[in-house]
Design a protein around this ligand. Structure first.
Ligand code: HEM
Length: 319
């Protein structure tokens, strides 16, 4: 992972579900924070960052609402769908992941009354995480320098034992497979790589682009009107031309982040600056038209909009 992408992902975690004074975050449940920051409350960690960072339609994890707020425990059933997607050739690729993501969005929409895809956590992070599997978990051995992920390695990374479709998962046993080689450091995966992989996916499989959610129970998905929220600059026909999607993301995030951070534990200005410090250099290279005022209120009609479960007081299960 290019340090610029790693730093951006980490900064986002610190800003939304970590501690911007101590500059720490937890990849699991609540952060045991320093006393100065603890006065403000306990940051809930990536595991309980639903709609801010963690999103619906993950590869192996449950949708938060369908699992009582626990979006970090793995679902062997869900993993079995993922495993089946490349089982025929015992090979997992960007294309098998895109097709899987398209199918899984339909599963979420039909099974999760609170299915919600806001711009960062589900529009971008969820499908990007599928692509991360191929980009980062493929084995770049001498015989396959371009990378190859087979079923045995896929299971090892995700800590699944047993045979398809009867997998078992035990918390905390995920690991790097034996005899495994990472992608070359001369070919780091950066923020622009995320967009370079997502845009063709959105064009080839339109169901993979989700910005909206269910409005009144399962199967009531409605997308956000892109033209409405950008003052007519972008629309569904031009969103994936050239730099448009990267611009749309960068420009709306710039306006949305301070709105989203209000009411959180970190100082809004400090946390916003932290994220933009790492996102800004990517955005400043883009040639973007001016968009109108973006207002997060466009999302309030979605049932899942206000759903932000916190870790149980007894401590999060499996975290
Ligand atoms: C600072 C670095 C990183 C941060 C802050 C981060 C954060 C996150 C978060 C919040 C999620 C939950 C998203 C969701 O709901 O699907 C997630 C999922 C995921 N991430 Fe990362 N990530 C980082 C690096 C990586 C790397 C290096 C890899 C690959 C080796 C990776 C692979 C994945 C995968 C595969 C998932 C989906 C898990 C599943 O659905 O079972 N991430 N990440």
């Amino acid at each position: 992972m290019a340090p610029t992408l790693g730093a951006f992902l980490a900064a986002y975690s610190i800003a939304f579900d970590g501690d911007a004074i101590a500059m720490q975050w937890s990849i699991g449940g609540p952060l045991l924070t320093n006393p100065a920051s603890a006065l403000l409350g306990v940051p809930q960690g990536d595991g309980y960052s639903h709609n801010n960072y963690e999103g619906d339609t993950s590869i192996s994890r449950y949708d938060s609402y369908t699992n009582g707020g626990d979006a970090h425990s793995s679902s062997p059933t869900r993993f079995a769908y993922a495993y089946a997607s490349g089982m025929k050739n015992d090979r997992y690729t960007m294309d098998t992941m895109s097709r899987l993501y398209a199918k899984n969005t339909h599963r979420s929409i039909s099974q999760n009354a609170y299915y919600f895809a806001p711009l960062f956590s589900t529009t971008l992070v969820s499908p990007a995480a599928y692509n991360f599997v191929i980009a980062f978990m493929s084995n770049h051995s001498a015989s396959n320098p371009g990378g190859y992920l087979d079923g045995v390695q896929f299971k090892t990374w995700f800590d699944m034992t047993g045979q398809y479709p009867n997998f078992k998962w035990q918390k905390g046993q995920e690991r790097i497979p034996d005899n495994w080689y990472h992608r070359p450091s001369t070919d780091q995966y950066a923020i622009n790589s995320v967009f370079a992989d997502l845009i063709p996916e959105f064009v080839a499989y339109p169901d993979t682009f989700r910005f909206g959610g269910n409005t009144a129970g399962p199967n009531t998905y409605a997308g956000v009107d892109i033209s409405n929220v950008t003052g007519g600059v972008y629309n569904s026909a031009n969103l994936f031309d050239g730099d448009n999607f990267a611009c749309f993301f960068f420009q709306t995030e710039q306006q949305a982040i301070p709105q989203m951070l209000k009411g959180g534990l970190n100082d809004v200005a400090t946390a916003t600056d932290l994220v933009l410090k790492y996102l800004g250099p990517f955005g400043s290279k883009l040639q973007c038209p001016q968009i109108g005022k973006y207002d997060n209120d466009a999302l309030t009609k979605y049932t899942g909009y206000g759903y932000h479960p916190m870790a149980p007081k007894s401590g999060p299960k499996n975290c």
